[in-house]
Design a protein around this ligand. Sequence first.
Ligand SMILES: *[C@@H]1O[C@H](CO)[C@@H](O)[C@H](O)[C@H]1NC(C)=O
Length: 453
Amino acid sequence: MLHPSSALFLVASLLAALPVSADGIYTKKSPVLQVNQKGYNQLIANSNYTSIVEFYAPWCGHCQSLKPAYEKAAKSLDGLAKVAAIDCDDDANKPFCGQMGIQGFPTLKIVTPSKKPGKPKVEDYQGPRTAKGIVDSVMDRIPNHVKRLSDKNVDEWLSEDEESPKALLFTEKGTTSGLIRALAIDFLSSIKVAQIRSKESNAVEKFGITLFPTLVLLPGNGHEHIIYDGELKKGPMVEFLSQAASPNPDPAPAPAKKDKLPKWGESEKKPKPSEASASDGEPKPSIPVPVPTSAPIIDTLSTPEALESACLAPKSGTCVLALLSGSDETDAELSSNSKEALDSLAGVGHKHAQRKTNLFPLYGIPATNSAAQTLRARLGLPESAQSVEIIALNARRGWWRQYDPSDSADYGSVRVEAWIDAIRLGEGTRNKLPESTIVTKDKPKKKTDHDEL
Ligand SMILES: *[C@@H]1O[C@H](CO)[C@@H](O)[C@H](O)[C@H]1NC(C)=O
């Protein structure tokens, strides 16, 4: 999901840039990218990504019956490959469909980038018209710019071009997943991406990796490496790598006039509650967006369910929580320490949002949320809720840490920020998170349509 305001803007600019027939079979909300000839050239033929394009006519029955599978494929390929459609019944598109040699509907073509920009390989997709069939074929053709390393050559790779950033994925797999390939495509020419297997013990020890898969960013210029501990999803991973270099804009900006096409592949991006609209990277329409002078407040998780799904699920990445103190009945009466802690966290969140650097989510948990008591009990924190506690935890990696306000009960922004920076850099000691804090759902895990790292 996009930040709501930028999503609106993207939709608006998409409509402005790509006039799409109002009678097309895909709605505006469809995950299928609807293009005309110009959109095809910019977003598909000139992309570093593989795409599948459906040439269709709205009146065609087979096109309509393909729609659910095609939309499902678009969802599961989100961020990994582009799934597009062209309405060949639209007069404006007819010459282009003719040029592409379309003779029947629907015709599906897979467009794979070649070494020559703008000259992709175009093949007819002849496989089954199912989501799985489409996804598998497209996944097979995602360009692979990920270097595979072993203990023998990892040092050489690390010492090559030492000032430029690199990303190294430690994985149990011998294959390169669509997700890591997509990340390498996003950062093509700015971050070198490689992967190495868990059995390459020298490299694994050198970086102290204990969990697989793990992505490590080497920012270059002698900076310490940073371990990613967020969710294994493209949006947050792109954000993480963006600390070292910006992803390639897609479509590539037009040399002369400013390009207003949407940036593709960002739809996994989570809206960060702590991000002010001012931090939004998209160009703004003419109405100026006021920059808030004080930091926006951080999000509150007021129910056990909200806390569980945000931070205590087995796959949850790092969360910073302020377990607030206050009267038992209402959280309107926050202690002054709680208020100071919230202000400090909001300030740190705001700073990162403005700098557009990656930061884990920050939440306030009111004392009235019963899960806060449970969490205090399981972590051995004072249960009385007389004191505010700031903690960081990572359910996926099974650690937690506690903020130490020192003897002077310092919840000020300087100390809090230093603590957060230490977490970002993976410094300091982590406590083992008791298993009982993690909420596992009984439902068997649904298998995704594409593999993970
Ligand atoms: C494709 O990759 C090249 C680097 O090889 C990069 O310069 C260009 O911006 C990328 N294009 C897009 C549309 O991402």
